[in-house]
Design a protein around this ligand. Structure first.
Ligand SMILES: [Zn+2]
Length: 479
């Protein structure tokens, strides 16, 4: 949230918002900006990130992992029923941010800098607290309706600023130092509140609550060592000695709780490390680690080595490492998916499909496996089987845009145009792009290749979405 705060701090002074107009810190209702409005702002920003930020990580396994950890924290919060979405940004700087409405971005650099799962969870808990406490909404105060475009612009600015951290600084200078200071003081209160509330979530979720303090402490130390190259988290996020002391005190008062890292924590980190540098460099790095036994988890290092070997297209060695991994941790869906990628790389998509089919039988709840299995079917040109599998899956996960997108692909290959546009409509709908969703349904109507039942279903959905759009227009006019 820090970069966004800096930019908010820079833009707000030109708007008629004074400190007196801002709601009390104790008011967490977010009543001035409705939860629906918050969600809309978040969705709008998400669309920008998803489609315009080349660093957005579109990897189901990595995304599934951060959502599993994030979900544990959300369940411990009062917003347990809200749809949160955690996503990764490929960026080496150690940072995370949250958007209104339940979207939390995590830089891959942060995942790699965290030395334990509880440290990662500590940062996520802080970000979840920003969302549940409606910090942005409270900062925006009464300007909410007319400010939507401004906010969207600021969020886009935030994304740009991620690439050039000095932009936030520049905006601040432009806005004038004195008015910025009062906003910054205000955001420090938010930081303290996010620490305090986040700590409660972390504790209730069963993580080691010392994780927050140790992580921030390590960042602080790194800052002292690299004065001009401080981790982004600190540069954009006011962190004081006082905040660390607060976290340590809270951790001391709480009963110590051991929270061993999940195996996935190590596999995910191995996978991210394997993508650094050239494939040859990555292989060399992991070979070195294995030789010197210089790793926190052998499975993580081996998984990294196998992934690096896959990148280097050394399929025989990668296959050997996958076999060692199976010996080490038994059958694991992430290992089986890696095995399937190695087979696909070696040109045997059929073997990959069989590996995935077998793994699915043991892990029916692991969605990345479903995606990979359907993709294997699609790669083999078995679109009827893919469409059948997807039809079942969307019944279980109707809010999964990726599934609808895959469905559209198979329907297109099968020449089923009504179904293709209908599936695309759901993709847009789930991304909060109502007009585009309606357009797809109209295309579905005009396709002329559906049966009576399918045409009625498109018409019914079109009526629903038009009603939703009319409601939005009505709300907009009330502003
Ligand atoms: Zn924060």
């Amino acid at each position: 949230m820090r970069t966004l705060f800096l930019i908010l701090a820079a833009v707000l002074p030109v708007l008629p918002v004074s400190a007196q107009n801002l709601p009390e810190l104790g008011d967490t209702s977010g009543a001035l900006v409705s939860p629906q409005m918050e969600r809309k702002i978040g969705e709008q920003a998400m669309r920008e990130i998803r489609f315009r930020d080349p660093h957005f990580v579109d990897d189901p396994e990595l995304t599934d992992y951060v959502n599993t950890i994030g979900r544990r924290i959300v369940i411990a919060s009062p917003d347990a029923r809200r749809d949160f979405e955690f996503f990764l940004i490929r960026d080496n700087s150690v940072n995370a941010f949250s958007l209104p409405g339940g979207f939390v971005g995590i830089n891959t650099g942060l995942l790699l800098a965290a030395q334990s799962e509880s440290e990662l969870a500590g940062v996520l808990a802080h970000e979840v607290a920003h969302v549940t406490q409606h910090h942005i909404a409270r900062l925006i105060g009464k300007q909410e309706q007319s400010m939507i475009p401004t906010i969207a612009a600021m969020v886009v600015g935030m994304i740009v600023a991620r690439g050039s951290p000095d932009l936030g600084q520049a905006l601040m200078t432009m806005a004038g130092a004195s008015s910025v200071q009062s906003q910054l003081n205000y955001s420090r209160d938010f930081e303290r509140e996010a620490d305090r509330i986040g700590f409660q979530f972390l504790q209730q979720a069963g993580f080691d609550v010392g994780g927050m303090a140790t992580f921030f402490e390590r960042l602080q130390k790194a800052t002292r060592l690299y004065e001009n190259n401080a981790p982004a988290y600190l540069r954009t996020h006011p962190l004081t000695v006082e905040r660390i002391a607060d976290m340590q005190n809270r951790a001391q008062d709480a009963a110590y709780r051991q929270a061993p890292d999940s195996i996935e924590f190590h596999l995910v980190r191995g996978s991210l490390r394997a993508e650094e540098g050239t494939p040859q460099d990555a292989v060399k790095e992991f070979d070195e680690q294995m030789r010197q036994r210089r790793y926190a988890s052998e499975a993580g290092a081996r998984y990294g080595l196998a992934s690096a070997l896959l990148r280097a297209r050394n399929f025989p060695r990668a296959t050997g490492e996958v076999a060692s991994l199976r010996g080490l941790i038994g059958p694991h869906p992430m290992v089986e998916m890696l095995a399937a990628r190695v087979r696909t790389g070696a040109g045997d998509v059929q073997a990959a499909r069989e590996l995935l089919r077998a793994a699915l039988a043991r892990n029916l709840d692991y969605r990345p496996l479903h995606y990979a299995y359907v993709e294997a079917l699609q790669n083999l040109g078995q679109h009827a089987a893919a469409a059948a599998a997807l039809a079942e899956l969307v019944k279980n996960y109707p809010r999964d845009a990726r599934l609808h997108d895959m469905q559209a692909k198979s329907y297109a290959a099968l020449g089923k145009r009504l179904l293709q546009h209908q599936a695309l409509a759901e993709v847009y709908f789930l991304q909060g792009a109502l007009p585009a969703a309606i357009e797809q349904l109209q295309l579905a109507q005009k396709s002329g290749d559906g049966d009576f039942y399918q045409i009625s279903s498109v018409e019914a959905r079109l009526r629903e979405l038009r009603a939703a759009q009319a409601e939005e227009t009505r709300d907009a006019k009330k502003r």
